[in-house]
Design a protein. Structure first.
Length: 132
């Protein structure tokens, strides 16, 4: 096992747990019950369509079609499929409207992205001050 694969696995597991915790926090804010364990299972199940990326890309490779462009398109398609799995599961699990389910799904990613960007900006500012 390479160190890159190990680091990717650790980061992916951390993001899944963080997203599940934030989703459960938002669900509790809206008055829905549930557990983090169920949300982790839901997020892992929603990543299932991603296993089809490699076989689909191999078909494009055989027919000599632009792999890089198709990889981007196929990944976006499978990402949308995963988001639809999460949305339908949350609406069924909590019996809520689609709008609340979209907020429950999108808000953890917005919070995580803002956190990563702020940490990156803070570290670059500190590094710049250290150098000058």
């Amino acid at each position: 096992i390479s160190s890159g694969l190990l680091l990717f696995s650790i980061i992916l597991i951390s993001l899944i747990i963080l997203s599940a915790c934030l989703m459960d926090l938002i669900c509790q804010h809206f008055g829905f019950n549930g557990s983090i364990k169920i949300k982790i299972t839901l997020l892992n199940f929603s990543l299932f369509p991603m296993i089809f990326i490699l076989p689909v890309m191999y078909v494009f490779y055989i027919f000599n079609i632009s792999i890089f462009f198709m990889f981007f398109i196929i990944t976006i398609g499978f990402l949308i499929w995963s988001i639809l799995i999460i949305l339908s599961s949350i609406t069924e699990m909590h019996r809520c409207e689609l709008g609340k389910a979209i907020i429950i799904v999108i808000l953890p990613h917005v919070i995580t992205t803002l956190f990563i960007v702020s940490i990156s900006l803070l570290s670059s500012i500190l590094l710049f001050q250290l150098v000058s």
